[in-house]
Design a protein around this ligand. Structure first.
Ligand code: SAH
Length: 256
């Protein structure tokens, strides 16, 4: 009797599991017509094109360089396998250790606001997955990017190397202190939320250069600021849109 009850329970659990099968996320495997289908690079390229049209062009990003970059960088390879199916969705995604890869539109917008060119030397604070770094690297001459969590920095460096983004150098240290040995920079992009604009980063900006940085506001989010340094060293700050980033944490180590 007990044995029969056990068999019935096993059958019921199997049925429940089977009916939920289409919703189980197996990374880049999706269930199509009851069969598993692995997404191909072509599928991802198609999703990427839709992402650019529907999320980025539709919201007003116009720069051809930026749109080309967003179309070329394989975002799904910067996302953990278990979230890969959502790589091109209109949202940030977890990358482990409590950190996130930003929403595609925010990456595109910040890249456009940074207004960089192929002779620029740029500093990024907050490497994370390395995705924003890859996007920028297709546009600029050289990109230094700083990550405070060693494990993320090492993974991002390996990923960027294997994808041949060869003009990117990843440093592991406190990015709030900048990279004094390589300063000044034509542009600085900060992809973590700062309580205020760090003085050391303003110092490391070239005259005529600009920084894009999310800074805490009073509404539990941040203002995405453009900080411009004029040729005579004056600072001009423009506010763009409210954003939500993980916090910039304090460390002690300055990178060389
Ligand atoms: N640009 C990333 C997303 C940034 S998430 C991408 O494209 O994936 C913010 C990152 O900033 C996290 O990885 C976090 O560890 C890092 N970070 C936080 N404080 C930092 C600091 N002081 N210096 C360098 N990196 C920092």
């Amino acid at each position: 009797m007990k044995f029969l009850a056990l068999i019935i329970i096993v059958i019921i659990i199997s049925c429940i599991f089977y009916s939920f099968r289409p919703f189980i996320n197996k990374g880049d495997i999706s269930i199509v017509n009851g069969k598993e289908a692995k997404s191909t690079e072509d599928d991802y390229a198609q999703q990427r094109e839709m992402m650019v049209e529907q999320q980025i062009v539709a919201r007003g990003v116009k720069s051809k360089k930026v749109l080309d970059a967003m179309n070329s960088v394989p975002r799904h390879l910067f996302v953990p396998v278990r979230y890969r199916r959502g790589s091109y969705f209109d949202q940030p995604l977890p990358i482990g250790l409590g950190q996130t890869i930003s929403q595609p539109y925010i990456v595109a917008l910040m890249t456009e606001l940074l207004d960089v060119d192929n002779d620029d030397i740029v500093l990024e604070i907050g490497t994370g997955s390395g995705y924003q770094a890859a996007v920028l690297s297709t546009i600029v001459k050289k990109l230094y990017t700083i990550e405070i969590i060693e494990e993320l920095g090492i993974q991002a460096a390996e990923r960027l190397k294997s994808l041949e983004y060869d003009n990117v150098e990843v440093k592991i240290s406190d990015g709030g202190l900048g990279l004094p040995g390589k300063a000044p920079f034509d542009a600085i992009i900060v992809t973590a939320a700062a309580p205020k604009i760090p003085d050391s980063l303003i110092k490391q900006l070239k005259p005529g250069g600009r920084m894009v940085i999310p800074v805490d506001n009073n509404s539990y989010s941040q203002d995405l600021l453009i900080v411009e340094k004029s040729e005579d060293g004056k600072i001009n700050i423009k506010n763009t849109i409210p954003v939500r980033f993980v916090p910039l944490v304090k460390g002690e180590k300055v990178a060389e």
